[in-house]
Structures are given as structure tokens and as C-alpha cells.
Design a protein around this ligand. Sequence first.
Ligand code: GSH
Length: 297
Amino acid sequence: MPVPDADIHPEATGPAKALVASHQAEQPLKFYAGWFCPFVQRVWLALEEKQIPYQYIEVNPYHKAPSFLALNPRGLVPTITSPDESGSARPLYESTVILEYLEEAYPTHTPALLPKDAYLRARARIWIDYVTSRIIPAFHRFLQHQPTPASSSPDTKQTGRGGGGGGGGGDELHSLREEFRATLKEFARELHPQGPYFLGEELSLVDVVLAPWAVRLWVFDEFKGGLGVPAPGEADSEEEERVWARWRRWVAAVEGRRSVRETLSERDWYLPIYQRYAEDKAQSELARAVRKGRGVP
Ligand SMILES: N[C@@H](CCC(=O)N[C@@H](CS)C(=O)NCC(=O)O)C(=O)O
């Protein structure tokens, strides 16, 4: 029986629809993607930024078609194939592995998304890992949290569209919100002082790996009563004010990036997907891993 997650709008909409349409022609590099998936968006951003020719192939990864499992035994998007010298397609998966591969396999395609300097490259990898191992699990713990019966009195109800108001879901929801916000704050403290990007004026893989979640932060307003990042002038201290101002500048920079805008679909089609997470009904590998207290699968 298909998992509830399989119920996904079958194709990209909005700006991403046009981009998909312009990448249907046969190309050596095949990009097995799902329009809705933030891990896919990471790879899509790099392909677009670097202008690497690719053929976009829409896959519903929850159907686990045997032909797709033959490429990626875990049946996850993103997956790519690239031909060897004899023309046989070689598969690769895991978004961060694919991103590193694109950097190495297409050295003449600029911009380079990792610094040339070995120290700076290693530091970038620390923060790429931080995004996947800290920020994304905290995003999902907060999003998937359900109130225990004792904490679900009517005034602390948290889910449902617009539910939660400024309120709650009780202490647990509050601390998961804090925990998630703390991961963002730690990231924001590491941003280049002027930026606007993580390493400075130029976009890098550190920005690319977090951007898809940054443009999905609206899900917390929609389902969990907000994220609680203080509005300008409302932070508790000068240091907080400075850190959150820098965070907002980073978000604005990635939101404004052409590659980010053009790889997004219409919000209405993301809503039912994120509602399943917000009600903790999703059965994806990611949802189950978070439920079991593990990290990103
Ligand atoms: N660690 C993987 C995660 C990819 C992933 O979880 N993709 C989701 C879609 S957003 C998927 O294919 N899910 C299918 C499933 O959970 O069965 C990566 O970085 O590429």
C-alpha cells in the first residue's frame, strides 16, 4: 500500500514549471528529481548556478519503482546519472555527495561553489555538515511535534492551518521552537560580517545546502504558531539584534537569487505535504528518522 506521502501533485508548478519544461531534452547528465523536495533543490540550485546541462526527470520517490531502485537502492531523490566513457549511465545519490561531484566533475563551470583555499574549503564543509546534522533535524523535530494529551488543551492547540496563533502546544513545542531557533542563531553568528552570503560576496555550497529550508520557514507560521525570530528592534540584546539582522540579510539574499526563485513551485502544492509533517502523519524516511530521534537519513 502506498504511504500517504506518495500523494503529491505530479509536477512542478509556478516558476519551477517553466524551468522543468526547458530541461526536457536528452542530456548526458540525468537529474531524477521531485519538484517538492528540498534535498533536490540543493542539487538543482548548483546545476542552475553552474549552468551544467541536465535533463530533468520527475520521480515520485514514494512509489519506489524498480527501475528507480536500480539506480538508488534507497529510492530517494535527488539521484543523478552521468555516463562513463562507454556511455553507460553511472548513478550517484545523496545531495551533498552530488554537490561535491558537480564541483569536481565540471571544473570549468563557474561559479565554483567551494573556496580554492584548503582551509576555507574545510571550514565550509564544517558548516555544510552543521546544516544537515543540526539545523534540518531541529527543523523537523519542531515541525513534527505533537502535543501530548495533557498539553493539548484548546488554548494550546498547535496544528492545523494557521493554528497555534502566537501560542503554543505547551512547553515542549516552545522548547523545540527555541532549539531550532538556536541552531539558526549559531549559523548566523558564523556568517561573513558583510556578506551577504556565508563566505562573503559569492554564493557557496554552505548557502546552497540551507537555502531550500530557508525558503520553507513559512511552514512554521502556517502550522506551528511562528518561528519567533524577533522583528527588527525587538531582540533582547544588542548582540541578538545584530545576529538576527545578519540572518535576515542572508535570507533575503538567498530568496532573491534567480536559481532559488526559479526552482520553487506554487505554495499551495507544498501545503498538503508540510501539513502531513506538521500533523506527524508523514511516513518518509526523514519523518520516521526524526520520530525515532535519529538525524537526516
Ligand atoms: N540524505 C538524502 C535525503 C533525500 C530525501 O530524503 N529525499 C526524499 C524527498 S525530499 C525522498 O526521496 N523520500 C522518499 C522516502 O522517504 O521514501 C539526500 O541528502 O539526498
